[in-house]
Design a protein around this ligand. Structure first.
Ligand code: S3P
Length: 452
């Protein structure tokens, strides 16, 4: 397999930073558009007939790579203004063969969803990404797609990127129970199922984020969602729907909001408002957990916008206590564990976070990266199997340098930690923050955070 060098992050020099003990944070902020919804708006726009007008698209590196990829496959993608984009789609099965590899940079969501979207087209495409993405498992998506009829022409060891896949126009619909709780796997199978002639059924034991299902319905698919087991869902998607372009308003990303939110909880005297945060119940496990820990969080002005619940969140500095976070909550806060570990460092007593196996296959091995980072900052902790246990204390030393391993959320979580430590926290690289939250630094500084 030719290992064409992936563009994007990882090619430039690292840019280290240090966050310092900060005065009370104050102000009102709005974090950028949701990453999951942004990817899906571009992909479903490309798979629909007609025009999709998107407002509030996250213009981070990950999403921009997806925009480029759907353009290489024949959709017309145009930036009209700040966060405002138009996609002219080609319809289900209408992608043309790209003449260069599709490069997803750092984004697991981009590459895995697009493998599903490409599967139902009679074209071959090469998928690639940066050094972090090349380490991540792709078999979880390839296995069901191969059952549906896709051929993996070539792949790096273990079915990893770079890989070349041959799709086909007439995929076989099937019933698939996802072996891991992953919205990316579920979504890839559903997107492939659009091109199958029968009903594609995905069963998940733990309900994961449902933006694909919501948006498919918004674009005209007639899918059915039913309960499965105690915490799960069965999604049934009849194939070959007539998807028609539709307007999409992207709500603010609750995963990005987690960083200013925890910062305000741990920095003494803080009082901030995070406006227009998406409150999809499958995304707000961090809010639930922080409230259980005693955080002073008020949910204001709850409303529905663009088909998703949103609210303004008022957060004040709070005295936290340690809690046990059950494994079944993990899918609703899977990207928030690094910043939850930061909150736990300041809680009275121990916080036990259970069932974190999936953290090992994120942009980095996040379980190891969080454990090593908090160790470098003098925070007592233990990893037992897939559980992380953090012993909190009112005075956290800080230190570093924390190794961020090409992982935006490790970088942001440890910069947040430094704001309430005795000595501040140094991290080795901030460049990957641009993948999901390009305005993180100015926004945090605007609230009063001292980061240099
Ligand atoms: C995402 C799903 C999650 C999450 C990722 C975004 C999505 O990954 O970690 O940041 O948009 O579907 P998994 O589905 O692999 O858990």
């Amino acid at each position: 397999m030719p290992t064409s060098s992936a563009t994007g992050h990882g090619t430039g020099d690292p840019v280290p930073a240090r966050s310092r003990p900060s005065p009370a944070l104050s102000g009102r902020v709005r974090v950028p558009g949701d990453k999951s919804v942004s990817h899906r708006a571009l992909i479903l726009g490309a798979l629909s007939r007609g025009e999709t007008h998107i407002r509030g698209l996250l213009e981070g590196e990950d999403v921009l790579n997806t925009a480029k990829a759907v353009g290489q496959l024949g959709a017309q993608v145009e930036r009209l203004g700040d966060g405002e984009w138009r996609v002219k789609g080609v319809g289900v099965g209408g992608f043309r063969a790209p003449d260069a590899p599709l490069d997803f940079g750092n984004s697991g969501t981009g590459v895995r969803l697009m493998m599903g979207a490409v599967a139902g087209n009679p074209i071959a495409a090469t998928f690639d990404g940066d050094a972090s993405l090349r380490k991540r498992p792709m078999r979880r998506v390839l296995d069901p797609l191969v059952t549906m009829g896709v051929e993996v022409v070539d792949a790096a060891e273990g079915g990893r990127l770079p890989l070349r896949m041959q799709g086909l126009a007439d995929l076989s619909a099937f019933t698939y129970e996802t072996p891991v709780p992953s919205a990316q796997v579920k979504s890839a199978v559903l997107l492939a199922g659009l091109a199958a002639s029968g009903e594609t059924v995905v069963k998940e034991r733990e309900a994961t984020r449902d933006h694909t299902e919501r948006m498919l319905a918004h674009f005209g698919a007639e899918l059915k969602v039913e309960p499965f087991g105690t915490h799960g869902r069965t999604i049934t998607l009849p194939g070959r729907p007539d998807l028609v372009g539709a307007p999409v308003v992207v709500p603010s990303d609750p995963s990005s909001a987690g960083f200013p939110l925890v910062a305000a909880v741990i920095v003494p005297g803080s009082d901030i408002i995070i406006a227009d945060m998406m409150m999809n119940p499958l995304r707000i496990g961090l809010l639930t957990t922080l409230k259980e820990m005693g955080a002073n969080i008020e949910i204001l002005a709850e409303r529905t916008e663009g088909g998703e619940a949103v609210a303004d969140i008022r957060v004040r500095h709070s005295r936290l206590r340690g809690v046990e976070v059950p494994a079944e909550r993990a899918p609703s806060m899977i990207d928030e564990y690094p910043v939850l570990a930061v909150a736990a460092a300041f809680a009275e007593g121990r916080t036990i976070m259970r069932g974190l196996a999936e953290l090992r296959v994120k942009e980095s091995d996040r379980l190891a990266a969080v454990a090593d980072g908090i160790a470098a900052c003098g925070i007592p902790h233990e990893v037992v199997g897939d559980d992380l246990i953090v012993e909190g204390s009112p005075v956290v030393p800080g230190g570093g340098p924390v190794a961020t391993h090409m992982d935006h959320r490790i970088a942001m979580a440890f910069l947040v930690l430094g704001l309430a430590t005795r000595d501040g926290v140094a991290i080795d690289d901030t460049t990957f923050i641009a993948t999901s939250f390009p305005t993180f630094m100015p926004m945090m500084r605007g609230l009063g955070a001292v980061i240099d």
